[in-house]
Structure formats: structure tokens, C-alpha cells
Write a protein that binds this ligand. Structure first.
Ligand code: GLC
Length: 543
């Protein structure tokens, strides 16, 4: 499978026009399409659609349930699976349940966590992390009309659902099956880590959260057996893995790979990637990672502290440096990212920016420097080449395939201005897309490079599936791994440095007496027994 993700309104305007884009999805090779939340939401503040006011109504500016069903049918006919969000942790404060709670209807006030005064919230907050600290302090919002404090982990208009009330589970199961009936194939379970609360804990990743997801999953196995789940848990890598199981979430974002790829691109060395992937890539064989470079969210540096310490990397200062590097403050940085949710109390921050802008294309184009442009394109392709070959489902954030740059227009839009993630959610520029087929444009260099990687992946089955073995390349700049197949082993080597690097081929334990490897990106032969000089940011896929 190969995934693509986009916002309906920003990509094509509405659901009908998404349907008209199927030839493009086919051209790119996508057979998994994640449409960002398309539900009814509050008009202005809606967290990019993640404040859902109804699962049974579509945002009227983009379409209707009838059109969603028609789209799912058409995509299915074209062998494309539809992926939609199931935002299980909260609803918007305009959802019917919240509206009825606001009127004081007891059965609905119990759908949420509401407290008469600060005593219990204060007690909880002793052990809670702040998710959007730049916006407000704490995890509770005072709702004046009810004279109550409401649990709001994310924004104040996103009310956390109270799963300790079985009615909430039943109601959400109903919404889930409604979506299954629309023809959705994969539900992306949003913010899974937060759905159970227990005083004295972080209220993240608690065992009951897993039980709730398993219960949703069990219902699907009975009533909608083809529906599967993808977990969105952007937490410590050990916790991410716990959601992945055939009985829980069969798919999961791989935030560790994503974050460490960017880490290595900044530091030009791959030791942290080696350790992280060696220890934390393997998952249940009937499940799959969804590997991505960028998504609609920020990049948080979610590597494990002890992995870093093992390599004498100081986790706190490394994260500080990465933020400086990707926000362009660090001297010599190629990147034009923005800080997201800087926490002045802890010094934490995350990074926003499109893949192209983070990889240096924005600065290179502004400088009109051909060499820098080439390096930026190589970085973009290098990271994509890894997600295409490492195992699992690669997911392309649509727009990245033609090198969409940051769009700073959000800073003037109410409801968006304070959220730097909008910088990497630009409206698709279809004129730029046209350039993907013109000779030697930046767009075509990226598009054709990526398309080549996609074609390689599709024509070599060994590159899908999960099994992957990290190889010690004896060169800290070169990341290497092996994909094993019964016939032949494939090796992927990626040079994370902007200078040439020596790769010792004899490291590759090559059975048989072949004299040459076939290299798939350049279509050339590489002698088995000689060292190979890798060019700046070069990647080779050999067998
Ligand atoms: C998830 C989404 C993010 C959203 C949050 C709250 O992390 O990916 O965009 O802000 O949940 O719904």
C-alpha cells in the first residue's frame, strides 16, 4: 500500500472534486487516501477539523454524507481505501451532546468531565502534562453558564469525553458504525493516549485506554469486519508500540522514525537512527507501521532519552538544538521551520514547516542558488526513499511530492494565527502541480524522483512487509538496512551528509558469487567487492 493524506478543502475545494482527482491519485500510485477531518465543526476555532460537532454531518462547505458515500464507492472501485478520522478523545463544545450538557441535561453533563470548583482539577493537574501550553495553562476550562470546570486536554473548545460513563462508549460505537456504513475502510483513532483519566497519573496511555480501543475493535470484528484502525499516539516510543496489535490498532503512525530522520538530517550522522530502529522497529507481523516524513501536525522530538544517552547525546540539549536548527536560528541551518507550542516553563517546543521548507528548499530558492536547491531536493528524496523501503505503509503528505513550501498566510487569519501548524497546511497550488511534468523544474525533479522510488517499491515486493534489519555501515553518516527475501536480500544505504562518504561493501554479507549488485535508483551495476563512494545525500537500493 502507498498512502496519501490531504485536507478536502485545501486540496480540491470539496468532496466532489476529490473524486475528480482520482486520476492524479492513480498517477502517483496511491491506494490509501486519508482525508483530514471533514465533519461539521465550529466555524472559526475548530483545530483543523479536530473539534467535531457531528460525525453524521459533513462540513457543509465541502459536501454531504451522500457525497462522502459516493466518493468512498468510487475510490473503492479504483482500489483506493478511504481513511477518515475518528476523534475519540473529545467533541467540540458545539456537538449536540455538549449543547445538551450546556443546558444542564444530567445525562449529557455526564458525557464530559465537569467539576464544581478547582479542587479536583487542581489535584489532577499535579500530574498532567500541558499539551498546548502556548495557548493556555492547565487542562481545564471554566464554562461560565454552567459554573463548572470542564476537562479540555487540547483547546478550550474541545471537551474530553468521559469514558467512565458507559453511555459514552455506546454512543461513540454508534458513530463509529455510522462511518463504517459510509464506506470508510480505515479509521485513524485520534489522540488515543488521553482517553482514560486516573487521579495521580499522567492520564496518558493508561491500561483502560487500551481496553476501550480493544472493545471498539471487537465491535468492528462483529459488525464491520473489514474496518481497521490506525493509532495516533504521539508519545514515548514504548507507549506508541503498545497500541499496535491485531486486536487493537492494526496500523500506527511511526513518529519515532519520522522525528529521528529529521534529527539525523540536522546532525548529518545516523547513530540515533541506528539505535532507535534496532530497538523499536519490530512490531506484530500482522500489523504495519505507517511511515511518514511530515503530517499536518508539528514535529516533536520523541526519541527515547536512554537511547540518546547511550550515544553520549544529551537528550534535553539535543532537543533544544534541534529546535534551534529547524527554526533556522542555528547558524548555517538550511531550514525555515517555525516553533510550535514553546513552553517557557520547561523550555520544550516542537517544529512546524513543510518537508520542503524544513529540508532547505525555501532558503535555497530565495538565494537562487542551484547547488543549494539540488541539496534540498536530495534531502527530500533521501527521507522519502527511506519510508518507501524500510517496511510498512509509506504515507505522503500531498503537496510534498512537488515540494510545497511554507505558507505564512495563516498569520493573518483569525482562528489560525496562533497555531504555526497552519504554515505547513497550504492550499494546493495546481499550477505548481502542472510543472511536475515540465523538464527540470524543481517540481518535476522532486515529483519524478519520488515517482521513481514509488515504482521501485511497487515492483519489488520485498520492500513492503515489516521485516527489516539495521546494518552497521561503520560510517556514522550512512544509514543502512537489509530487507530479506527468500530469493535475494535487498540493501538500502543512505548518506545523511552533504559530503562524499565511503561505504565498505564487504560489510554486506552477500551470498553466492555475484560480482555486481544491481542498483535500482540509477539502474547501474556496483561491484560487490569494492568500496563505494556515496555522493552527498545519495541513496542506493541494491540487490
Ligand atoms: C491529534 C491531531 C491534532 C489535534 C489533536 C487534538 O493530535 O493530529 O491535529 O490538534 O489531536 O484533536
Amino acid at each position: 500500500m502507498l498512502g496519501g493524506v490531504c485536507y478536502v478543502d485545501l486540496f480540491s475545494g470539496n468532496l466532489k472534486r476529490i473524486k475528480e482527482k482520482t486520476p492524479y491519485f492513480k498517477e502517483l500510485g496511491i491506494n490509501y487516501l486519508h482525508l483530514m477531518p471533514f465533519y461539521k465543526t465550529p466555524a472559526s476555532d475548530n483545530d483543523g477539523g479536530y473539534a467535531v460537532s457531528s460525525y453524521r454531518q459533513i462540513d457543509q462547505t465541502i459536501g454531504s454524507i451522500g457525497e462522502l458515500k459516493a466518493l468512498c464507492r468510487e475510490l473503492k472501485r479504483q482500489n483506493i481505501s478511504t481513511v477518515a478520522d475518528f476523534v475519540i478523545n473529545h467533541t467540540s463544545d458545539e456537538h449536540e451532546w455538549a449543547a445538551r450538557a450546556k443546558l444542564g441535561e444530567k445525562s449529557f453533563t455526564h458525557f464530559y468531565y465537569m467539576f464544581d470548583d478547582r479542587s479536583i482539577p487542581d489535584e489532577y493537574e499535579k500530574t498532567l502534562r500541558e499539551i498546548f501550553p502556548a495557548e493556555r495553562q492547565g487542562s481545564f476550562t471554566f464554562y461560565e453558564k454552567l459554573d463548572k470546570w470542564v476537562w479540555t486536554t487540547f483547546h478550550s473548545f474541545q471537551w474530553d469525553l468521559n469514558y467512565s460513563n458507559p453511555e459514552v462508549f455506546n454512543a461513540m460505537a454508534g458513530e463509529m458504525l455510522f462511518l463504517a456504513n459510509c464506506g470508510i475502510d480505515i479509521l485513524r483513532l485520534d489522540a488515543v493516549a488521553f482517553i482514560w483519566k486516573e487521579m495521580g497519573t499522567s492520564c496518558e496511555n493508561l491500561p483502560q485506554a487500551h481496553s476501550i480501543i480493544k472493545a471498539f475493535n471487537a465491535i468492528c470484528r462483529i459488525a464491520a469486519p473489514a474496518l481497521i484502525f490506525k493509532s495516533e499516539a504521539i508519545v514515548h516510543p514504548d507507549e506508541v508500540k503498545k497500541y499496535i496489535h491485531p486486536d487493537e490498532c492494526q496500523l500506527s503512525y511511526n513518529p519515532l522514525l519520522m522525528a529521528v530522520l529529521w534529527t539525523c538530517l540536522a546532525s548529518q550522522e545516523v547513530r540515533l537512527l541506528n539505535v532507535s530502529m534496532r530497538k523499536r522497529f519490530e512490531i506484530h507481523p500482522h500489523c504495519a507501521w505507517v511511515n511518514y516524513i511530515r503530517c499536518h501536525d508539528d514535529i516533536g522530538w520523541t526519541f527515547d532519552d536512554t537511547d540518546a544517552q547511550e550515544l553520549h547525546i544529551h537528550p534535553y540539549f539535543h532537543r533544544q538544538w534541534l529546535n534551534e536548527f529547524y527554526s533556522g536560528i542555528f547558524e548555517g541551518s538550511f531550514s525555515s521551520g517555525l516553533l510550535f507550542q514553546e513552553n517557557l516553563k520547561t523550555g520544550d517546543a516542537r517544529i512546524s514547516g513543510t518537508a520542503a521548507s524544513l529540508a532547505g528548499l525555501e532558503k535555497a530558492l530565495a538565494a537562487r542558488d542551484e547547488d543549494l536547491i539540488t541539496l534540498a531536493i536530495k534531502r527530500i528524496l533521501l527521507l522519502h526513499g527511506i519510508i518507501m523501503t524500510i517496511g510498512g505503509i509509506p504515507l505522503i503528505y500531498l503537496g510534498d511530492e512537488i515540494g510545497q513550501l511554507n505558507d505564512y498566510g495563516y498569520q493573518k487569519e483569525p482562528g489560525k494565527a496562533k497555531d504555526s501548524r497552519w504554515v505547513h497546511r497550504p492550499k494546493m497550488d495546481w499550477q505548481k502541480y502542472e510543472l511536475r511534468n515540465s523538464d527540470q523544474t524543481v517540481e518535476s525533479r522532486i515529483f519524478k524522483g519520488l515517482k521513481k522510488l514509488i515504482d521501485i517499491r511497487k515492483s519489488h515486493k520485498v520492500l513492503s512487509g515489516n521485516e527489516m534489519q539495521v546494518i552497521d555501515t561503520a560510517n556514522d553518516h550512512i544509514f543502512g538496512f537489509m530487507r530479506r527475501s527468500q530469493k535475494e536480500n535487498y540493501f538500502v544505504f543512505s548518506n545523511f551528509s552533504p559530503s562524499r562518504q565511503n561505504l565498505s561493501m564487504p560489510l554486506v554479507d552477500k551470498p553466492g558469487n555475484k560480482e555486481y549488485f544491481s542498483e535500482l535508483i540509477t539502474g547501474t551495476q556496483i561491484p560487490v567487492k569494492q568500496d563505494y563512494v556515496m555522493q552527498p545525500y545519495q541513496q542506493i537500493i541494491i540487490f
